[in-house]
Design a protein around this ligand. Structure first.
Ligand code: ADP
Ligand code: MG
Length: 381
């Protein structure tokens, strides 16, 4: 069935649609609500919520995008991303007044799947635009902080949109969750240790491929709520994996390069991970002995594009030769912090210059305290 069959309303201009939807604030959810809805909700309810909520979240980001420096907006990659957002918003809008029949819900689910595919390389594509922009001419300081501020909000919004889409297509569509006990994209009983080990092994594989060596893992855990039980919370496994993978790559690179610079040939010091679950927080600390970060650089490490590694060939085109580098785009820490903050957690880095770094990941162990952290737009614009 073609989409135009659903176009019963006069097509409005895109600018009008953006203005319309961006007027509304997003409706934030909690992990508890998401889990309950995955268990008890149905496709129609989900449709009725999302056909409004998704356009609201997309439109507010498009509106913000419009305030970026004009020269950045002219970058082909930025235009591409803008175009994807426009297409998706227009597609979603066609469902605005459609009754929740089986047919329209089915079509809606297909549209969501397409949107997810269309937007799958948003991070890299926008990053490419920012990189080209910064290569063209020196970025002014106010532009830089404006872009950094925008990217945080934009990528955060994208994380939220993807989660909502996955929850619909996996819980109520034909897409199956990665694991039978998962509720869509969410695991109500996410085994933290498994994810840590998995992320570590994959980072280690990359590290060995690039440096021919990698530090070992030392994992220590305490379940302060119930010592007998494995450590688990309701969480999005892929989010936790992403955070851990990025932090491990950073720690491994630092450990190997620091040892090389000191001409230490003895076994590399381990990356030590402490996982503690208490009543409120789940805390993961990753400690490395990779020489640390001087305080003069500490406020830069969460900036997009800040990296002390040589820049890899291309972000979008992965057809480069040689081993995959562990670092260089400067997106690891800022994106990981967004994932951590998204459900009311956080990510902090504390360093001892000349010695090593501790990364702290804080996650909410209480499901109804884990509420979506969303960019709320400034509606004065
Ligand atoms: P990238 O890894 O692509 O450089 P990140 O955002 O992951 O980007 O990290 C930014 C920078 O922060 C790194 O280039 C490095 O200089 C510094 N850094 C991050 N983690 C560590 C660490 N564990 N030890 C030392 N330096 C670190
Ligand atoms: Mg990194």
């Amino acid at each position: 069935m073609h989409l135009t069959r659903f176009l019963r309303f006069p097509q409005q201009s895109l600018a009008h649609l953006i203005d319309h939807y961006a007027k509304y604030p997003p409706t934030g959810l909690t992990m508890k609500r998401i889990v309950e809805f995955a268990r008890e909700g149905d496709a129609k309810q989900s449709y009725l919520f999302l056909r409004n909520e998704l356009p609201v979240r997309l439109a507010s980001m498009m509106k913000e995008m419009g305030h970026l420096p004009p020269r950045l907006l002219e970058m082909p990659s930025v235009k591409t991303v803008n175009g994807w957002y426009g297409t998706s918003l227009t597609e979603l809008h066609t469902f605005k007044e459609l009754p929740a029949t089986g047919d329209s819900v089915k079509k809606f689910t297909e549209v969501l799947q397409n949107i997810r595919k269309r937007h799958s390389t948003v991070i890299e594509t926008l990053a490419q635009g920012y990189m080209e922009f910064s290569d063209q001419a020196a970025i002014k300081e106010y532009e830089e902080s404006q872009i950094q501020y925008f990217l945080n909000r934009f990528y955060l919004s994208r994380i939220s949109i993807r989660l909502l889409i996955y929850q619909h297509t996996m819980c109520f569509g034909e897409e199956v969750p990665i694991h039978p006990t998962h509720l869509g994209f969410v695991d109500p009983n996410c085994l933290v240790e498994e994810i840590i080990k998995d992320a570590f092994e994959n980072a280690q594989f990359l590290c060995e491929g690039y440096y021919l060596t990698a530090p070992p893992l030392e994992l220590r855990k305490i379940n302060a709520v119930n010592a007998e039980e494995p450590i688990a919370i309701a969480y999005v496994p892929s989010h936790l994996y992403h955070i851990m993978f990025e932090l491990f790559k950073n720690s491994m690179r630092a450990t190997v390069e620091h040892a090389e610079s000191k001409k230490i040939s003895t076994p590399l010091p381990p990356v030590v991970v402490d996982v503690v679950k208490a009543k409120e927080d789940l805390t993961i600390r990753i400690s490395d002995r990779g020489g640390g970060i001087p305080r003069s650089k500490a406020d830069k490490i969460f900036r997009y594009m800040y990296s002390t590694a040589p820049r890899p060939v291309s972000l979008v085109d992965s057809q480069h030769s040689g081993p995959t580098p562990l670092a260089g785009f400067g997106y690891g820490l800022p994106i990981s912090r967004l994932y951590a903050r998204y459900f009311n957690g956080d990510l902090e880095i504390h360093s001892i210059d000349g010695y090593g770094t501790d990364a702290y990941i804080y996650l909410q162990a209480v499901e109804d305290q884990a509420s979506e952290w969303l960019p709320i737009c400034n509606r004065a614009a």
